[in-house]
Write a protein that binds this ligand. Structure first.
Ligand code: SF4
Length: 253
């Protein structure tokens, strides 16, 4: 079953397309937990759930009761009619959780194909660990991929978070791909450069964007200046996290 957690029309807050008006679809479920990011969310039953800043879209056990089960692609396309979009061709951002857990789902593929026919640019926010069958589903060749490959600060095992073949395949076959890493000040002093190199070596020409880790404004701000210095030293692009800086922990913005 395909689950939609939320949708909202905003500006892209991170990565190469920061500032671009975009309609976001956040899908439920992920193949990781990333408890190392240390964000806590209170579940309706009172449990404090540890994970990333979108733990409410990751943790099925505590949050899936509020996810929307999708039965056909028309239900997803109908979301576009709920917004007064300035033109028919706003960017569509598919995020999560991990949207590519649905990469072979029939409804999901139909949705992508319809969006493309309507002229929308489609961007995936993905952890870059799950393979895509580009030959069977050529629609993915028309999509942009923000490869937010997880670093050791996520506390996920290396084997699970870094799959060189998947990174290479997405970078090679997609319309466009770029790396996007979440980095905190402490990790910068712990051999992070080698870690990033060991990931980007799978697609050396793909651009690298580094953004400050944090689930709230205070944390993002604390990590910003050390990260800018790191980017200056290594030649990486700095990416802000505008949505957190502007709206803090608010969801759906
Ligand atoms: S891969 Fe992304 S969505 Fe999944 S748990 Fe990690 S940070 Fe959250």
């Amino acid at each position: 079953m395909l689950y939609l957690v939320e949708h909202f029309y905003s500006i892209q807050g991170e990565g190469r397309y920061t500032g671009t008006p975009s309609l976001f679809f956040r899908f439920g479920g992920c193949n990781m937990k990333c408890e190392g990011f240390g964000c806590e969310e209170l579940a309706p039953d009172g449990t404090k759930v540890l994970g990333c800043d979108t733990v409410y879209a990751v943790n099925k056990e505590h949050f899936s009761h509020s996810w929307i089960p999708i039965k056909n692609s028309d239900e997803l396309l109908a979301v576009l009619d709920q917004y007064e979009l300035p033109q028919n061709k706003v960017d569509i951002v598919l995020t999560g959780g991990e949207p590519l857990i649905y990469a072979s789902d029939e409804i999901f593929i139909e949705f992508l194909e319809s969006l493309h026919k309507m002229g929308h640019l489609i961007t995936f926010e993905t952890n870059g660990s799950l393979s895509i069958n580009f030959e069977k589903y050529p629609i993915y060749k028309e999509c942009i991929f923000a490869l937010s490959v997880k670093l050791s600060n996520s506390n996920e095992p290396l084997k699970k978070r870094v799959n060189g073949d998947v990174i290479y395949s997405i970078a090679k076959n997609s319309k466009e791909a770029f790396f996007k890493f979440s980095i905190d000040a402490d990790s910068i002093n712990l051999g992070l450069e080698d870690e990033i190199d060991s990931i980007t070596m799978h697609s050396p020409k793909t651009k690298v964007y580094c953004m400050p880790l944090g689930g709230d404004k205070q944390e993002v701000e604390a990590n910003t200046e050390p990260l800018i210095e790191f980017c200056k030293a290594k030649g990486y692009n700095f990416s802000d996290r505008l949505h957190i800086r502007i709206w803090d922990k608010n969801k759906g913005v």
